[in-house]
Design a binder for this molecule. Structure first.
Ligand SMILES: NC(=O)C1=CN([C@@H]2O[C@H](COP(=O)(O)OP(=O)(O)OC[C@H]3O[C@@H](n4cnc5c(N)ncnc54)[C@H](OP(=O)(O)O)[C@@H]3O)[C@@H](O)[C@H]2O)C=CC1
Ligand SMILES: O=C(O)C1=N[C@H](C(=O)O)C[C@H](O)C1
Length: 272
């Protein structure tokens, strides 16, 4: 992977969304990072609108576009769009033979398989969460699950009212870490919400609860409960800037890396 501060030009896909705007605002503060294109949905009212009108005066001096100008040379594409728009973003990165970094959640198994396949041709990093705090919490959840084998585990997340997918991608990642710590398969133990005469909680379940409301950026709790005590690991993101910076740094590091499927742990290094 390239060293920090390497000059890179990035394409943003989903550039006018909440995360797209956060990326546009965060990019100028990162040495070496420039934005080469800000892509929005075809037919969007924002096509040909200056990026600065939406993302502020420090953002790149570009207009939003629906298609990539063939003359734009770029080193990586960052995608924060939707599960529906994701395939086109990956196809564009493959077509250009450039690194692909995506935080889009709610993907199908087939889309994850397409990512794995793409990693034979280009560097690829998909992460359900680009914050350092969640990367660490995922490790803690795995360790706690290993140590607290028979404690009950519930994962609770809260997000803004506009979030399209549930449970959050991060909650699923945390659930997978718990399952790994317990050496079990998440699919066999996951329960999503409870309603009605569900009876006593069987041992081994991993419960998911998705709360939606207001403008909450992203909150996740992994709860381990036993007879007389309880441990809760909680992460609260208060600004999307934390995800934006993580994704920009990941794209900068991957831009000239060999084709492979990378994870946030590769970008962050050893935090032990
Ligand atoms: N991994 C992480 O750290 C994080 C992941 N996320 C995930 O990122 C994704 C985006 O989140 P968020 O920014 O809040 O969502 P938004 O809905 O605010 O933004 C998504 C944007 O993608 C645009 N879009 C839709 N189709 C296309 C297309 N074909 N080409 C280009 N752009 C398109 C939408 O445009 P329009 O509105 O016109 O349809 C919209 O502006 C979600 O899946 C979310 O879960 C979010 C935060 C952090
Ligand atoms: O949609 C969001 O906003 C977020 N989505 C990600 C997820 O699904 O985990 C990450 C973050 O919590 C914000």
């Amino acid at each position: 992977m390239t060293t920090p501060n390497t000059p890179v030009t990035l394409i943003l896909h989903g550039a006018a969304g909440r995360m797209g705007q956060a990326l546009l605002r965060a990019a100028p503060a990162l040495r070496g990072v420039s934005i080469g294109a800000a892509l929005v949905r075809a037919g969007s009212d924002l096509v040909d609108t200056p990026v600065r009108r939406i993302a502020g005066p420090d953002a790149a001096d570009l207009d939003f576009q629906a298609a990539l100008d063939p003359d734009v040379r770029a080193d990586a594409l960052i995608d924060f769009s939707s599960a529906h728009a994701f395939d086109a973003a990956l196809a564009l990165a493959l077509d250009r033979r450039i690194a692909f970094v995506s935080g889009t959640t709610g993907l199908t198994d087939a889309q994850h398989a397409a990512l794995a396949h793409a990693a034979h041709a280009i560097p690829v990093l998909w992460a359900s969460n680009f914050s350092l705090g969640i990367a660490l919490m995922t490790r803690f959840a795995r360790m706690a699950a290993r140590a607290l084998g028979d404690w009950d585990c519930e994962i609770i997340e809260m997000h803004h009212r506009r979030k399209a997918d549930a449970p959050s991608g991060t909650a699923i990642t945390l659930g997978k870490a718990v399952a790994q710590g317990r050496s079990c398969a998440l699919d066999a133990q996951a329960v999503h919400g409870r309603q009605g005469l569900v009876g006593a909680r069987p041992p081994g379940q991993i419960g998911f609860h998705a709360v939606r409301g207001g403008d909450v950026v992203g909150e996740h709790t992994v709860m381990f409960a036993s007879e007389d005590e309880r441990i809760e690991l909680t992460h609260r993101a208060s600004d999307r800037d934390v995800f934006a910076r993580g994704a920009l740094v990941a794209a900068q590091r991957l831009a000239h890396a060999p084709p492979k499927s990378y994870a946030m742990d590769d970008v962050l290094g050893d935090c032990d």
